[in-house]
Design a protein around this ligand. Sequence first.
Ligand code: IMP
Ligand code: MG
Length: 196
Amino acid sequence: MHSDIDQVLIHRSQIAQRVEQLAHEISRDLIDPVHADDGHSHIALVPILTGSLIFVADLIRHLPMRMQIRLISVSSYPDRATTSQGPNIRTPLDTLPDSLDDAHVLVIDDILDSGRTLQFVTDLLRAKNPRSLRTCVMLRKQRRDALSFPIDYFGFDIPDSFVVGYGLDYNNYYRNLPDIVTLRQEVFSTAKGLTA
Ligand code: IMP
Ligand code: MG
């Protein structure tokens, strides 16, 4: 697996530092609205699976407030695709309630690329009437559509290239790499899609 890496773009120590900063910003913004509602509202995190798995696990351990976690599973890069095929919801994994009208919702994804996934998920959540809706992604790609999509919290801007690690996959592999990396070109052209 490690011989497939081309470049380390973001090292695990930078990620850890940034996740802690993001958690502070998020806590600061979300604790007050819930207090103001005097116990009549709550915080609901909506991680978009599978890519946000590691990010959300790290982030929530720095968030001190009470919260629900409501999973949603969306896939736009089936199998070996490295360009978006359009978001598709995977219902069996979802734990969204019918209504979110007492909830301050924070949607969390691994990366903002074309913005189609977040557009799709935020539309779906808005239809459930949340008190507020915020968005958080670990990575934002440097492309026009990503940059124009409104995001409340993001970890890092990265070049417009395909990355894996820290939850992000290629053909469902490499999610367990602790750093965010690019892969060598041969990986995409080999029949198996990976070398070891
Ligand atoms: P969008 O809908 O084009 O914004 O794509 C977002 C989704 O595609 C993310 O939730 C990721 O799961 C996946 N994705 C986008 N870019 C990459 C990448 O560089 N590596 C791995 N997955 C990616
Ligand atoms: Mg995803």
